[in-house]
Each structure stands twice: as structure tokens, then as C-alpha cells.
Design a protein around this ligand. Structure first.
Ligand code: PMT
Length: 219
């Protein structure tokens, strides 16, 4: 259907947590369910876009002919999957909660509980969105910011640092916002620092608002 507002456009959407392995049975992860990203992917597909959904471990399901799902585990795998397709997409929406650090060494066998204390040394993961922002041409880059304090200032700093066109701020201080829940409360901040707070809504509705912003960009 070529009448839809995003037909002819290709979106890369990231969703879910990353799992950073410690040994064959353990990992360091976070509370992202993937729902926010999957809802954005479905909304984009309904509006006619082709979608590559790069997803960390998640129980969310999606079925739409326009959506290709690429499943990954760790931040490094997500980095590779995103860079592989970046040159062919028009828009990136980064809803994934990516681990900032990963265990320096991954044990090949299950670690035994022999000592009273166990220390994990971590290496910094690459910032996927910043790495895409550094090489972008025409792409429209939408990031998320998950904050717990000084939300607006931190979100603005992320726009600059990651070379974004739009950031979707959600704060864990707001009831009903963030991880796992069916709802989210977000504030849009664009690259000129225009601030647009939204009501608490279902994630499906937040996804519609985000996709509408992208549609407006192309009008
Ligand atoms: O999955 P749900 O349960 O539905 O929850 C949704 C959500 C809370 C995970 C989602 O709304 C959200 O806020 N996602 C971003 C979480 C996050 O990691 O925010 P951040 O402020 O740490 O990161 C800022 C941006 O940089 C994000 O777009 C993130 O994808 C990206 N990033 C972060 C770290 C990193 N190493 N690489 C990145 O690309």
C-alpha cells in the first residue's frame, strides 16, 4: 500500500534489554520487557514502513509482514546488528535498554561458589546510538532517555552527545512510566530543545505519538 504515510521508508527499531554474560548460566541484565519498542515497530509497520526490529531477550510477540525481527543477546551483538543495516534505513528509534558495561571475562564453565566474595570487573560497552549519530547522513535519529533525576538536562545532553533529532524522555519518578508497565509517560525534546510533555498513556498510544512525529518530519 503506497498511500500510507510511511510507505517507502525503512526504520531500524531497537527493543528490550541486553544480557551481558558472566558464565554459561548467568548474566547481567535489566528490567526492560521490550514492549515499548515492539509497540513502536508495529505502529510503524501499520503506517506502511518496512521495519527491522533488533531485539534483546524479550517475550514480546510481533507478527506483521513489514517487520523483520533480528534477535540478539548482548550489547555487542546489538551494536553489530544495528551497524549492519544502518546505511539502508531512513529512521532509527532506539528504545532498547542497553547495558553500559559488560563483564571483562566470560567464564567458559559455570562459576563455583568457593569464595565468600566475588568481584566482576566490567568493560564499557560502546554507545550504539552515539556511534550511529557520529556517522549519520540523512537518517532521522530518535533516542530514548531513561532518567531518575535532572531529567530534562540529562536528556538535552544526550541529544547533543548522540547527535539526535528527537529524544523521548521517560522518568522512573513518574508513576506508570518506564519498565515493564503497559503505560508510559514521556516528554519529547527535539534537537532545538523544544519541550513537549505528554500525558500518561498506554504504550501503544505513546508509540503512535512517536510515529506521528516521524510522519510530520517527512511532510
Ligand atoms: O521495554 P519496556 O519494559 O517497555 O520499557 C521501556 C523502556 C523504559 C526500556 C524505554 O522506554 C526506554 O526508556 N528505553 C531506553 C532505556 C535506556 O537505556 O536509556 P538511556 O538513557 O540509558 O540511553 C539513552 C539512549 O541511548 C537510548 O535510546 C538507548 O537505547 C541508547 N543507548 C544506551 C546505551 C548504550 N550503550 N547504547 C545505546 O545506544
Amino acid at each position: 500500500n503506497t498511500d500510507l504515510p510511511l510507505s517507502g521508508k525503512k526504520l531500524l527499531i531497537t527493543a528490550g534489554p541486553t544480557y551481558e554474560p558472566i558464565d554459561p548460566v548467568r548474566f547481567i541484565g535489566n528490567h526492560s520487557s521490550g514492549k515499548m519498542g515492539y509497540d513502536i515497530a508495529l505502529e510503524a509497520a501499520k503506517k506502511g514502513a518496512k521495519v527491522i526490529l533488533v531485539s534483546g531477550p524479550s517475550n514480546q510477540k510481533i507478527s506483521h509482514e513489514n517487520v523483520e525481527v533480528v534477535k540478539v543477546m548482548s550489547a555487542l551483538e546489538m551494536y553489530d546488528a544495528c551497524h549492519k543495516v544502518f546505511s539502508e534505513v531512513d529512521v532509527v528509534v532506539a528504545a532498547a535498554a542497553i547495558a553500559d558495561y559488560r563483564p571483562k571475562e566470560v567464564a567458559t564453565e559455570k562459576i563455583k561458589k568457593d569464595s565468600e566474595e566475588f568481584i566482576i570487573t566490567m568493560d564499557k560497552n560502546p554507545d550504539i546510538l552515539a556511534s550511529l549519530g557520529a556517522i549519520k547522513n540523512e537518517q532521522f535519529l530518535v533516542g530514548f532517555a531513561l532518567e531518575t533525576q535532572n531529567e530534562i538536562e540529562h536528556a538535552k545532553a544526550k541529544i547533543k552527545k548522540k547527535n539526535l533529532d528527537l529524544i523521548v524522555l521517560n522518568s522512573l519518578k513518574d508513576e506508570g512510566a518506564g519498565f515493564g508497565k503497559p503505560t508510559n509517560k514521556v516528554t519529547f525534546i527535539d534537537k532545538d530543545f523544544n519541550i513537549e510533555p505528554k500525558e500518561l498513556k498506554l504504550k501503544e498510544e505513546v508509540a503512535q505519538d512517536i510515529i506521528n512525529k516521524i510522519v510530520k518530519h517527512y511532510e
